[in-house]
Design a protein. Sequence first.
Length: 173
Amino acid sequence: MKLVVGVSGASGVNLTLKLLEYLPKSIETHLILSDNAKVVLSKELNHITTHKNSNIAASIASGSFGVDAMIIVPCSMNTLAKVACGIADNLLTRSASVMLKEQKKLILAPREMPYSAIALENMHKLASLGVIIAPPVVAYYSEQQTLEDMEDFFIGKWFDLLGIEHNLYKRWQ
């Protein structure tokens, strides 16, 4: 599997770090960092192919590269709006645009709340196009006791959407 992980915005970037840590090494992972996310993630990645957000010519910007899925965690409202409007002004939004064009799995994890009417309208538009809107929302049935348990639950739900096997949370019985 080829997976693109996008990071837009710094709030919630710890979820991205955990997601990357838990990803099986057999998954070919490509990472795009917005300028704000770079500040937070600067030197903590070693087995991931990173791409400059300004490099529109990167391999993952082409449908012929054959990416299977893309997830943006966290996804800022700015990035969500650009994707909803078809603005592909950097590698992150261009890669998302390619996923839409190629009808591949695209998952966005919006990080802000409450949602404005504009954000909800953009999410609705994207969901209508097949994009999965999956914000980090707690479900109490999995008996989370700590913040780490909640983070594992979020990542587990995203892995479920990506078809990645895991034991990160207790499933509904």
